[in-house]
Write a protein that binds this ligand. Sequence first.
Ligand SMILES: Nc1ncnc2c1ncn2[C@@H]1O[C@H](COP(=O)(O)OP(=O)(O)OP(=O)(O)O)[C@@H](O)[C@H]1O
Length: 252
Amino acid sequence: MLKFDSVSIGYHKVPLIKNLSVEIPTGSITTIVGPNGCGKTTLISVLNKSSQLFNGSITLDGEDIYHMNGHLRAQKIAFLPQIREVIPALPVHTLVEHGRFPYLGFSRRLTEEDRRLVEDAMEFTHITDYRNVATDTLSGGIRQRVFFAMTLAQNCDTIILDEPTTFLDLVSQNNFYRMLPILKAQGKTILLVLHDLAKALTISDKLIVMESGAICFQGTPDECVQKNVLNKVFHTSLKTFSDAEGTYYFFE
Ligand SMILES: Nc1ncnc2c1ncn2[C@@H]1O[C@H](COP(=O)(O)OP(=O)(O)OP(=O)(O)O)[C@@H](O)[C@H]1O
């Protein structure tokens, strides 16, 4: 279990999140939603130290994950950030191999097992055909899949994805969302930040709703709908529609 206990988090000595506690259940899909600027990225990016922890503790299965050595932490939590300013001009397979770096020694020589995990990650994300293409020449959507493959090649039990579908067209988004239950079935814990509220309600086991640096709801999507949380936070009107295949959500 990934546990944030009474955490204060922010930048340059200024906390934006104060005294927040939340648990991310193991082997489940948890999604954080909330209006722009409410602190979603600030909360999760403390896990790769892009934001700073001022108070409280963050533990993974009881171990202090924030103060852990960076290599060890990267063997436990794989983090796909929202924005990458610099796109490396490396062949796709070389970039995906970077996912194995936390496990390699000084020589950075890949073992057979490392190579297998890299190939598996490329296959899983359907980028094998691009293996020799320079990543900086790819479209934003394919590039996003390459970074996702690199994250998966890290082979961590906990995967954190910040707005992973931003650059994806509808087909690629659907493909991406289909991968999540497969990863969950492999026992992975998945923590996402999403802006697509309907998708968040459909795919998540647990939903966390943030507002102004605080959590205003955490629970199942059903509880969230019953309590009208999203209508209040996003000033919207949620409509639901059900058929034999499931329930669909629309926001107006
Ligand atoms: N590197 C930084 N230094 C200082 N302040 C920052 C930094 N990154 C973000 N902030 C501020 O932290 C606040 C929360 O931003 P954050 O990116 O966590 O929100 P968010 O909920 O993820 O927003 P969005 O939905 O727009 O991605 C904002 O006021 C933002 O300006």
